[in-house]
Ligand binder design. Sequence first.
Ligand code: SAM
Length: 124
Amino acid sequence: PRVRDIMNRQVISITEDEEIRVAAKRLLKDETNHLPVLDGNGTLVGIITTYDVSKAVVTDGRLRQVKDIMTRKVIKTTPDEPVDIAAQKLERNNISALPVVDTTNRVVGILSAIDLGKLFGGRR
Ligand code: SAM
């Protein structure tokens, strides 16, 4: 199977100029751990996770915006990529989700370790 077969198309994202507390609220409300970060053009420029928000709280209260704490070097995948390659990216980088981008770097989905788990066991 390919990434498009199991990716989640309901992507919850955030823009880089939002305040960190907005990101925190969104993570809580939507019960997700990863928010792809977009610039004003809707292009993927980073990723922010519950881990990053927690770290910002304990290390530096002056950090204000998503762009101050996001990870800029995003490890990502594409709809055409075989799922085993995507799974390797998660494993090797010790992360649990990959934004799925099209050829113009727009986010068309998100692939998480949970989605990969659905391939086995056949539930849902
Ligand atoms: N093991 C913990 C975990 O699974 O959350 C922490 C390690 S993980 C490397 C946490 C860091 O990875 C965060 O700073 C987050 O921004 C980053 N991260 C998560 N998904 C990412 C992705 N697809 N590409 C790049 N960085 C990512």
